[in-house]
Design a protein around this ligand. Structure first.
Ligand SMILES: CCCCCCCC/C=C\CCCCCCCCCCC/C=C/C(=O)SCCNC(=O)CCNC(=O)[C@H](O)C(C)(C)COP(=O)(O)OP(=O)(O)OC[C@H]1O[C@@H](n2cnc3c(N)ncnc32)[C@H](O)[C@@H]1OP(=O)(O)O
Ligand SMILES: Cc1cc2nc3c(=O)[nH]c(=O)nc-3n(C[C@H](O)[C@H](O)[C@H](O)COP(=O)(O)OP(=O)(O)OC[C@H]3O[C@@H](n4cnc5c(N)ncnc54)[C@H](O)[C@@H]3O)c2cc1C
Length: 670
């Protein structure tokens, strides 16, 4: 039985759903957390934060002004991180806790619309760890860890986000004073977007074009003080503020920043990779891309975050669909639970399965990241391109599908899904931002395509490259339909290979016709993006498959069966998204597509009795879901009504606008 904090009387439909679940939901919770001990630890941490009265907000934040929202977010952020420090001192907090607290699970329960200190932890500290020398780390890391200074990561400018080689902020080295002079020569060179930059941070890692001895060496990271450590007033030459309201993430305090000839010591350039010596000599690192390391780190952690947001939306929409009755399937029968409509199951269940698929890919990617960064430390760069390509495609596919998923799940809740109190709109605001930040998705898919085409053109030996090993032998393979996930993987691999090959042929044909390679690339880029996307999806199915194979050895038969069903559902759903390509690039026939469709429908029916059990296993507390539609007890209508009472418009029977405007308007005789 999955636990909940809600003590209310549980809706009978949900009781019924829980009674008919065929597996032990707690077993699945433990599996998702890692084991029973980890579940216990997570729950105890959740209580530590969520039961703290100081971290509760009486008025829903939607009714606060922009300024009040920010102030409330800072208040809570400070309490949260004081508590994290307390856990750390007790030896109970590590990187995973920061992930939980800043990411979609606990994080969005504590600060519903984004965190003003996220960038400090997710990019400022990691950049210091990855790009600063030992001496620089000794100077800055402790201050940053203990929050004596608060930092952000200021890369994007008004004029450039994607094309970072085009950034315009300048850092010119002055050997006479051994200082860099930072300058923003144009309006478009102003930094724009960094989280926490508006009013929270007093330091930033600033990415700027480095000039020394009259030569530009491209973008480099500098640690720059922005505000006085006591008064928090902006320092001389620093032009700083907040960028204003956005679709979502309205408490992340995104800011702008300009420099008017601001001087910083030479030692404030982060010099682990490249250096500027006191006389201005530039010393280059073995790879210019090491400067981009923090972006890889964040892309890697975002895949897990995408899974978590999707779990939240899937839990809300599935529980709601079990409680909501509407329409009729047959005349003279009671109105069914909307979850019994097969179209509704098609909106819900594939996204429940996607949560698992993304979680397993996220785990795989995190391991790869740790291995490759370990290799980088000892000077081995060979596996960096694969890590870069894998993190780009997995970030792009997981964020795009999670955003589409959250929106689909919101639509699956009908009108009530449109209510802010369902928490689906806010969740969408958070998840769709992920498609843009940390590398816009199309741009990232093109990075992966670049890697794939290079491998394909150079016939690189791919034996030791797990994400592209399939390219060795999957073109032109004859494979009659089999109702297995292995068949789906092989068909997807053939499709991906076919698309990569075709895109490559089109580039070559365009070049032969006289186009420059870069133009040929741009003209083929629709196909390149599609090839990268299916390559990514194929890898996610493959990783899900190998993970379930391993897990089934340790689970009960009942849970093993359910895991296989959701794996199959994810695989069938994924391949059916590409039927056109399947018909083009494999020997799959239209009869095979019908069989796949039948298989999909069988799986929806098989998963139906366990749908609520599956989302219960995600074990998201009501405070985490923060939704009138998704609470454990399913008392949807009572909650909607109670929340409506919190609207400030309901605090008085007649609003003054009636007397001021409506009444005179209604009584006027035109
Ligand atoms: C231990 C830590 C302690 C603290 C603990 C904290 C832990 C917290 C953990 C988790 C928290 C989880 C919660 C998450 C909550 C998240 C909220 C996050 C908020 C996010 C805020 C957002 C921030 C930002 O957006 S920052 C700005 C990001 N900007 C971008 O991403 C820009 C995108 N553009 C680019 O990356 C590049 O410009 C480009 C890749 C598009 C093109 O670059 P270019 O120089 O033009 O390169 P190009 O010529 O195309 O390629 C040259 C070759 O280099 C290869 N390459 C490119 N990039 C990389 C790279 N990053 N790494 C390696 N290689 C790279 C490229 O493929 C080319 O290779 P080739 O061989 O020549 O083909
Ligand atoms: C919520 C949020 C938080 C952020 N936080 C930070 C932060 O803390 N620090 C920071 O430095 N930045 C931050 N950013 C900025 C973010 O990293 C950039 O917005 C992002 O990298 C996209 O760049 P852009 O805005 O220049 O988009 P553009 O590149 O202008 O994208 C616009 C369109 O152009 C297309 N395009 C651009 N280049 C290419 C290409 N080469 N090939 C094909 N198509 C192309 C894109 O696909 C897209 O369709 C944040 C952004 C958001 C939305």
């Amino acid at each position: 039985m999955t636990s909940s904090t809600n003590k209310g009387k549980v809706n009978p439909d949900l009781i019924n759903e829980r009674n008919k679940c065929t597996f032990n939901t707690l077993e699945l919770t433990h599996l998702l957390d890692g084991d029973e001990v980890k579940t216990k630890e997570r729950k105890s941490r959740e209580s530590f934060f969520l039961d703290d009265a100081d971290l509760k907000t009486e008025v829903p934040i939607e009714y606060l002004s922009h300024k009040e929202k920010y102030e409330e977010a800072v208040r809570k952020a400070c309490i949260v991180f004081r508590k994290v420090q307390q856990l750390q001192n007790e030896g109970k907090a590590g990187v995973d806790n920061y992930r939980e607290i800043l990411g979609g699970q606990l994080g969005s329960a504590l600060l519903k619309d984004g965190h003003p200190l996220t960038l400090h932890y997710v990019m400022f500290i990691p950049t210091l760890m990855g790009q600063a020398t030992i001496q620089q780390q000794a100077e800055w890391i402790q201050k940053a860890w203990s929050c004596n200074i608060i930092g952000t990561y200021a890369q994007t400018e008004l004029g450039h986000g994607t094309f970072i080689r085009g950034l315009e902020t300048i850092a010119t080295y002055d050997p006479k004073t051994e200082e860099f002079v930072l300058d923003s020569p144009t309006l478009t060179s102003y930094k724009w977007w960094p989280g926490g930059l508006g009013q929270s941070a007093n330091y930033a890692i600033v990415l700027a074009q480095l000039y020394t001895l009259g030569k530009c060496h491209g973008i480099h990271p500098f640690i720059v003080q922005l505000r006085d450590e006591e008064t928090h007033e902006p320092l001389s030459g620093i032009i700083i503020g907040e960028i204003g309201c956005k679709l979502g993430m309205n408490t992340t305090n995104n800011g702008y920043l300009g420099f008017n000839k601001v001087r910083i010591p030479r030692t404030n350039m982060l010099m682990k990779n490249n250096q500027v010596l006191p006389d201005g000599t530039y010393v280059k690192s073995p790879s210019s891309k090491l400067t981009y390391g923090t972006m890889i780190f964040v892309r890697v952690v975002l895949v897990q975050d995408a899974a978590t947001y999707l779990k939240k939306a899937a839990t809300i929409a599935t529980r709601y669909s079990a409680v909501r009755h509407q329409s009729q399937i047959k005349p003279n029968e009671p109105e069914p639970q909307i979850i019994d409509f097969v179209t509704q199951q098609h909106k819900l269940f594939p996204y429940i399965a996607t949560c698992f698929a993304f979680q397993y890919s996220a785990t795989w990617l995190w391991e790869l990241y740790n291995n490759v960064t370990g290799e980088l430390e000892s000077g081995h760069l060979d596996n960096l391109p694969e890590l870069h390509a894998a993190s780009c495609v997995l970030k792009a596919v997981s964020s795009a599908d999670a955003a589409l998923g959250v929106e689909t799940l919101r639509l699956a809740c009908g009108g009530h899904g449109y209510m802010t109190s369902s928490n689906l709109p806010t969740t969408y605001g958070l998840v769709t931002a992920m498609c843009t930040y940390e590398g816009e998705n199309t741009v990232l898919l093109l990075q992966t395509a670049r890697f794939l085409i290079k491998i394909w053109q150079n016939k690189t030996n791919v034996t030791n490259l797990p994400t592209v090993r399939y390219l060795q032998n999957s073109l032109n393979r004859n494979s009659p339909f089999e109702k297995t996930v292995s068949w789906i993987i092989s068909a997807l691999q053939q499709t991906a290979t076919g698309k990569i090959d075709l895109a490559n042929r089109h580039i070559n044909e365009r070049v032969k016709k006289g186009e420059a390679y870069e133009d040929a690339w741009n003209n083929t880029s629709i196909e390149l993006v599609a090839a990268a996307e299916i390559h990514g999806r194929t890898f996610i199915v493959e990783t899900f498959f190998s993970t379930v194979q391993k897990l089934r050895k340790q689970t009960s038969v009942e849970l093993g069966t359910v895991l296989s069903q959701i794996l199959e559902l994810y695989a069938v759903y994924t391949i059916l998204r590409s039927t056109g390509d399947l018909l083009r690039f494999t020997r799959t026939s239209s009869q095979d597509i019908e069989l796949l469709q039948g298989w999909l429908e069988e799986l929806l029916a098989a998963i139906r009795p366990n749908a609520v059990g599956l989302v219960d296993s995600f074990d998201m507390r009501d405070e985490v879901l923060a939704s009138t539609l998704g609470a454990y007890d399913g008392n949807v209508y009572q909650r909607l009504f109670e929340e409506a009472q919190k609207s400030p418009l309901n605090s008085e029977p007649v609003n003054k606008s009636f007397h001021l405007y409506l009444k005179p308007f209604m009584k006027s005789n035109l």
